[in-house]
Structures are given as structure tokens and as C-alpha cells.
Design a protein around this ligand. Sequence first.
Ligand code: PLP
Length: 512
Amino acid sequence: MTTRDGPPAGDLDPDEFRELGYRTVDLIAEYYERIEDRPVYVQADPGRVAAAFDEPLPESGEDPDAILDAVEERVIPYATHNPSPRFFGFVMGSGTPLAPLADAIAATVNMNVGGWHPAPSGTEVERRCIRWLAEAIGYPPDTGGLLTSGGTMANVTAILSALRDRTDHETAGPGLQGNDRPRYTLYVADHECHTSVVRAADMLNLGRDAVRRVPSHEDFTMDVAALERLLEDDRARGDEPFCVVGQAGSINVSAIDPLDDVADVCAERDLWFHVDGACGAVGAMVPEFESRYEGMERADSVTLDPHKWLFVPYECGGVLVRDRDVLARTFAMDASYLRGSIAETPEEFDYYEFGPQMSRGFRALKLWTSLKHYGLDGYRDLLRNGVACAERLDALVRSHDDFVAVQEPNLFIYSFRYVPADLQEVLADPPAVPLTRVHRYLDELNQEIADEVVQSGRAFLTTTAIRSRRALRMSICSHRTTASDIETVFDALAETGARVDEEWRERASLPV
Ligand SMILES: Cc1ncc(COP(=O)(O)O)c(C=O)c1O
């Protein structure tokens, strides 16, 4: 029972806090209510955004209501509205509705899920989430694993585990400083290799060249025969391959590698098999997609990010590592100040001994509440919707004379090109004009189409390179997107393409 007269210094009066809380909840509710009407992207020039925050560090405190005014007046208006149903950039989850509430509660209780004692329920909620994620995708449920800041740290965690587990060298002590060590190499399909794999090699001091690119097939999946040849060649040269990364939903085209075949190659050679399913691994929870992922259950580790296709807001990445002892051998550290609390039973384990972070936030709460809210069935429907939207987009692309499909609609990320029908003919039938000029024109045209549609606020999308050519890329990673959003955006792209092509064609000295 407190005898204090008023709140502790630094806290708010409970009634004042409630008022601010109600105001914040109203803001969130209104934000979701109006999300479909907001322009997805504000055309704010960087100078104006910087000017909005150009103020001195306050010498004395400000009124909390005025601070919330500033959030409403300056932060929200200059935000890109990633939760919009027409946000198709990068691979960004649309934000599940219970998550803002869960985050507020996590911040209130402020558990540090680095250790069991500072976070008994936090540890158990995260452990349960890892178990549920594994179960959902058909991976052994008693797996090790943890939530991370994102897919990059998940890949780093898995690849460091691979290095520790599958190389002879004691990399934890001397590290990679010994002169007599071979070059440790890892393998990933060339077209769709995500930069986070290269980042992992970089951060682990393997050198970026340690990431060996395996040729891929027409459909962007790994050519496993080429993988075997590359492994043989590298071994013959004195390299020490230790890990193969299979993709389960790649960054540009949602490709899923032949995971079972990759698993065979790894098993034969005692290589660590990591699946980068940051984007797409969760698709395995949908029964009719399950067969595409065959072999993923054999992986030593799987990256899968709830802040992508499970729509949980940032940050919430994740990695499953089949053998939790490997994680323990990789990450355990001993320090007297960490051993100072009540003796622990094996159930009371500390997450800081299983991953790279010491202090860790309670990001599991927003995932746990989202998994409970939708359940597997609810999530399956949301994932099916994303794939159906990609299929609708593919159908629109294939039925329009001025668009060209470059992939099958594998999961939810879909790339395609605007190529006016007459230029398709020019490309098919070696032309009077140099082909390089046509290619350059089309690259610039596709970029301009994306830029103009984004600047109009109607949708946010990006471009990417598909076999070295600029393509439009849409990541349909929002549970709010419907077929009608896809049709609206497609119409905007077609209309912009036709207009810009007409304006540019003569200037580009191409046939009109
Ligand atoms: C296949 C793949 N792996 C890893 C990552 C890295 O994830 P994050 O951005 O959460 O670090 C991404 C990001 O888009 C990705 O697409």
C-alpha cells in the first residue's frame, strides 16, 4: 500500500495517464479506420521533414498532451502508410491490430527477455511462439530458436551456428585469425540471393566472397546439379564448404528452391542446411501449398519473419534451429554478473545464451496475441488471399498487350514488366535499332511508371532487376489487400505506362 502523496517523480498522475491513453487509442482506431483513404506515400521533400523536427533539445519538460499533438501533426503526416492495402514495397507486414496494444503492454511491464528471472512469462511466451511457428510449418516442435530483430539477424544467427557446428576450426577462440585456415564457403542460388546472407558472411568475417552463387533455373530456383559441381570444384581448390542456404520465398519472385534435393546434398556431405524463409516459410502452414516446401522440415535451421508474411509490425524476425544445443554452444557466454541470480532449472533458460542479443524486448507478445487472434485457420485464409492477389495480378499482366510476365505467381511477391506491344515485337525480331537502346528505354520506362504511381499516392511499389532488366515489383504482404486493390493499381500502372511511353517515345529515337 503506497503512502506516497502523488505519483513518483517521472511518472504521471493515473487519471492524466488514462486520458493520454484514451487519446492514443482513439488515434490508433482512427488511423486504421481511415487507412484505405490515406495516400500511401506523402511527397515530402527531405528538407521539409527535417525542418519539422528541427528544434533544440528541450531544457525543460513539455506538456504530454502537446507532445501527442506533435506526434499527430508531425510524425503521422510524414509517415509512409505501410499498413495501407496498397503498400507493395519491400517485404513489409501490414501490422496486426492487437500488436499496438500488445506493444504498449510489453513496454509497460518492460520485461527483459534476455533472462528467465527478469522475464518468466516473457521467456515462456517466446518459447511457445517458437514452438507454434515450428509446428505451423511442419518443423519439429521441440526445436531451438528465438525471435530476432529481423531476417538479417536470423540469418546471421543461423550461419554462425552453422560455422561453429560444421567446421573443424574453433572459431570461437582464435576466431578466423589463424593463417592456416581454409576459406569457409556457403552456397545460395545466384539470382535471388538476399543481401542478408552476404551481410552475415561479412559480419562473421568470412568475407563477402565466401558466399558462392549457384546457377539457377529459368524459374529462379537453385540448380542442384550445379550446386554439386560447385561444391566439388571448391573442395578441390581447398575451400571448406559448410552451409547451403535454400530459399523458401525469395525476395523478387517468391521462388522456393527444391529443398528436398538440397537437403540430400547437405546430408551426403555433412553440410549445414539453412532455409531462408524470411518471406515465405510460413506459407507451409497452408495445406494446399505444403508440398512446395517439401524438405524444409529437414533443415538444420529456418529463418522466418513474423514481421513479413505474418503481418506483425516491426520488429519481429525469427529463426528456428533444430538442435538447441548448437545455439547454446554458439552463443553461451559466462560472466559472474550474469550468474548472480537465483539458481536456475533447465526449464528456466536464458535467451541471451541462445542468440546474439543480451537485453531483449518482449517482441513475442505481439506475435503471441496475433497467433491467438487469427489462429491457424485465420492465418491460412490471409495467406491464401495474398497468393490469390498475386495470381490475379499475373492474370492481368498476361492478358494485357503491353505487359510481360517474368515469373509464375509463386507466393505473394510478383515482378513483371511494362513492355509496349510494338517493342515486344522489336525485341522478338532483331531490329533496326540497337537492342541496348530498347533495353535502356524499357528500364527507364518501368522505373518512371513506378515512380509516378508512388508519387501520386495511389500505391507504393518498387522496381527490381530481373535478369538485369528493370521490372515492376509488388510484394502483396498486406492482409488488407483485395483483388480490387490489385485491379486499381494495375490500371494505374497501365495508364501511366501508356502516357509516359507516348511522351517519351519520339525523344528516345525509337520507333513510334
Ligand atoms: C529472403 C529474405 N531474407 C532475409 C531478409 C532480411 O530481413 P530483415 O529485413 O527483416 O532483416 C529479407 C528481407 O526482405 C528477405 O527477403
